[in-house]
Design a binder for this molecule. Structure first.
Ligand code: TRP
Length: 451
């Protein structure tokens, strides 16, 4: 006998879990460094527009596909398309989950290591010269330490997912998300009260259109999508634990609001400090792991804020990582009849192993060395964010338009809705725009690959 499918305990529980998935390294690590490199405010404006016109419709599509079918991504596409080849969109999602989590968990391990460094006061040695950069380099290229931290991080994901939807994902998200918001607000207050913080705010919110080029627009588009966990069926899976009386539009708006607010607040916390202490905002991916650790010792109360910051990053990464593992687990439970613990331990193990190779590729052992300059870890990141997710998102939008149908989609949204009076043609137009825009990113990346 199969156990009946679990459901979220409450609507707030679902929103916390979905927001926990959305809020992650994308918000606190990627968004600030991308905005820092591509014109600050201008990048932010483009990003906000993309969230509204591309992110929201695809998020609604995923949640409603999940709720309608009460199934994992593969099962869901199969059920809504009469078992046609659309199920490959679901399989692509499961494959993306393996690819993303293998490197995401390595960075998750870094956040744990940096929380420990902050706790032991190690940042005090980072204020001079490029010692912070050297320490970071030495750490990520080390064959043992980052591998162990990655395994700890992955172990935590497995433990939470093994507890199931309500006792695992929902309970932990309801504890961790408020903690995250609390820490972030303290960091924002610290940031804006630093002398010279205004420069940072101006940088982040005042658009300088001259710094924005076409590639930054494509980046903002791609990111608007990654940041709300779209394109691989995470939101299909989370939506599948919803009951039909929940209001989808309202939930989706909440998720997007929380995700965007947290990215902007993280930007405020980071750029006020970066500008107040006279650093370069366009540092790139090292902004968080190199620039910030060297700044904390220079600000009053910095030691405490350092622990908070990396603790925050860790919590954000953890609630996202579990949502990725849940896609794989749900697939093996629904489609292959596995038990939750068998699926979780087996594939948590497989992903942990790929992650070990990803971590090693930064230093001692790079699988790809004979073929390209790229490390194996970069490859996992690039292949998933640039090709697999946009492809998945584009196909999801086209699935709603061409196969499932706008009529059935809008009926699904109406179920449980307190207010939803949208003209079908408006919905069709929005989906056509969203699908085309994502197709544009995808094709551009393909051309860049072969061009
Ligand atoms: N959205 C998360 C972040 O911003 C990452 C993430 C979790 C994700 N699940 C996903 C991204 C599914 C794409 C697809 O860090």
């Amino acid at each position: 006998m199969v156990k009946p499918r679990e459901q979220w305990g409450s609507r707030a529980g679902f929103i916390m879990a979905a927001a926990g998935s959305a809020v992650g390294l994308g918000n606190i690590w990627k968004y600030p460094h991308m905005a820092g490199q591509h014109g600050g405010g201008a990048f932010t404006v483009v990003y906000l527009i993309c969230i509204l016109f591309v992110g929201l419709p695809i998020l609604m599509a995923e949640i409603s596909i999940g709720r309608r079918t009460q199934l994992n991504p593969v099962g869901a596409f199969k059920a809504l398309s009469n078992n046609s080849s659309w199920k490959f969109v679901g399989l692509l999602g499961v494959a993306s989950a393996f690819t993303i989590l293998s490197f995401y968990s390595v960075v998750g391990g870094w956040t744990l290591k940096y929380t420990m460094l902050a706790l032991t006061g190690a940042f005090n040695d980072f204020a001079v010269g490029d010692s912070a950069a050297q320490a970071f380099n030495a750490f990520v290229t080390n064959p043992i330490s980052p591998v162990l931290w990655h395994l700890v991080f992955m172990g935590l994901c497995v433990l939470i997912i093994n507890q199931g939807v309500k006792a695992g994902i929902e309970r932990w998200s309801k504890i961790l998300m408020p903690v995250l918001l609390g820490i972030l607000l303290l960091l924002v207050v610290r940031g804006v009260t630093l002398e010279g913080a205004g420069e940072g705010l101006r940088f982040l919110f005042w658009p300088k259109w001259g710094d924005l080029d076409a590639s930054a627009v494509v980046l903002a588009l791609g990111h608007s999508f990654f940041t709300i966990s779209l394109g691989m069926g995470t939101m299909i899976t989370y939506g599948s634990y919803l009951s039909r009386d929940s209001d989808l539009l309202q939930s989706a708006l909440w998720i997007i609001f929380i995700d965007t607010a947290i990215a902007l607040l993280a930007g405020v916390a980071i750029f006020t400090a970066v500008f107040a202490l006279g650093q370069n905002p366009a540092e790139g991916p090292g902004l968080i792991f190199v620039v910030l650790p060297s700044l904390f010792p220079q600000m009053p109360g910095g030691a405490i804020f350092a622990v908070m910051f990396f603790g925050l990053l860790f919590v954000a990464a953890l609630t996202s990582a579990i949502s990725i593992l849940e896609v794989v687990t749900a697939y093996f439970i629904d489609e292959k009849g596995w038990s939750r613990s068998k699926a979780t331990y087996t594939f948590g193990g497989v992903i942990a192993f790929i992650g070990v190779l990803a971590s090693l590729s930064n230093g001692s052992f790079n699988l790809l060395a004979p073929f390209t300059e790229l490390t194996f870890m970069d490859l996992l990141d690039k292949v998933s964010s640039k090709y697999m997710l946009p492809l998945g998102g584009m196909l999801t939008a086209f699935f709603v338009l061409l196969r499932w149908g706008i009529v059935r989609f809008t009926e699904e949204i109406k179920a449980g809705a307190r207010w939803f009076e949208v003209n079908r043609w408006t919905v069709t137009t929005i989906f056509t725009i969203a699908g085309t825009v994502v197709a544009y990113i995808f094709v551009r990346e393909l051309i860049a690959l072969f061009g």
